[in-house]
Design a protein around this ligand. Sequence first.
Ligand SMILES: [Zn+2]
Length: 440
Amino acid sequence: MTAPNIETIVSLAKRRGFVFPSSEIYGGLGSAWDYGPLGVELCNNVKQAWWRWMVYERDDIEGLDSSIILNRLVWKYSGHEDTFSDPLVDCRECNTRLRADKLTDGKCPNCGSKNLTEPRPFNLMFQTHVGATAEDDPSSLVYLRPETAQGIFINFANVLTTSRRKLPFGVAQIGKSFRNEVTPGNFIFRTREFEQMEMEYFVKPGEDESTHQEWIDACYNWFTSLGIAANNLRLYEQPKEELAHYAKRTVDIQYRFFPEREEDERQWDELMGIANRTDFDLRTHSKKPEDAEGKRLNPDSTEDLSYFDEANKERFYPYVIEPAAGVNRTVLSVLMDAYSEKTNDKGETRVILKLHPSLAPIKAAILPLAKNKPEIVGMAKAIKRSLQPSLRAVYDDTGGIGKLYARQDDRDTWEQERVKVADLQEHLLKRLLANGKSIL
Ligand SMILES: [Zn+2]
C-alpha cells in the first residue's frame, strides 16, 4: 500500500521527527518546514543517491556549486525579470489573492464570488539588497535564485576549460532555490524555499532530441530504482501552451501525490521536469550574437559561450537537456510510497515505512540484549564505533529488546541484528554486505 493522502504523511513526519512546521513556537510561517533528525538524513540520502547516479556512475558529468545570489544581469538575460511570473487576480469580495491559471470556473475558492480583478503578472523572484546601500538604491537590487540552472550556464566556459571536456557532457548541481509562490501548499510539495537537483547536459544541435529521450527514460528508471512503484509514476508531455519560453519540448515525470482524489487525472503532479532548453541560455549570456542590424543582443556579457568542435572545425552554441528534480518532492514521494500499516494479534495497527535501503535514515541499530553486562555493552559500543565512520548507526539500551526492535522498525532502520558476542565480527560483516531488511 501507499499513503492514502498527504495529510497522513504530515502527521507521521511530525510524530517521528522527519519534518516539523517551521517557526511553530511563533505561530509558524506559511509553507516553511524544518527537517528533523530523521528528515535531514533522508534528504541527505536522496541527494547522495542522485549525485552518485548522476555524477559518480557516469563518465560525462562534472559537479558545481554556484552562488545563490548572482549578478542581477543573469536574471535579466535569462528572461526571469520579464517573464518569471504568475498571473494574479484579487477577489473583490474577500480580498483573497489567487492564481488566475488555477481557478476553476472563474470563482474565488474562498467565498465563491465571481467578482475578480483582471489578471496581472506577479514576479516570483525574491528581492533583496547587497551591501550597505539604501533599500531603494536600484543598483544594489539582487534576487535569490529561482533555479540553480543559471549558475551552471554562466560557468559553462569555466567548466569546459578546466575539465577539458568535449561534447556531449553535463554539469550537475544541488542547491536551494527560492520562489515567492502565490499559493504554496500541500506540505513540502510546494514551498517558497526548496532544494533542487539539476543537471545541464550540453549536446551538439541535432543530437538534442534523441539525447532528450534518453534522459527521460533514465530519470524514470532512477525513481523506480529508489523503490517507487511504477503505477504511481507517469510521464506527462507538456502541451505547447505550457512550455517555458526557452523550451522546445518538456516531459514531466509525475507522481500520484493525490491518490484520494476521485478523478484519476487530478491525482498527478510534477516530480521532475526534463526539458530541451535549446541553445537559448548559452546564446543569451554570450556577447557575440547580433540582431539583423548588427547590434549585440547582450551588450553586458564579456564572454562568448559558444563551443568549437575540433573534429568538424565548426563553432556553435550547444543545446541543453535539463533533468530538474526537487529534493523535497522526492522525499515526499518516497515517504508516501514507503507507507504501510501492520496490524498485530491484538488488533493494534502500526505504521511501517518500507524505504529503500539506500534511503533509510538509520542504517544500523545496535541494541544490547542486556544493559547490565559490561562485556555485552562494551562490545555493542565498539560495534557502533566501528560502523559510524561509514554509515549512520545508533546505539539504544533504553528499553526491553522487543520495544527496541519495534522502535527501530518505526524509524525504518535498515538492519538490526541479534548476534552472539563470539560470532559478532564475521556476522556483522556478512549481514551488512547483504541486501534487504531483516529482523532475526
Ligand atoms: Zn473571495
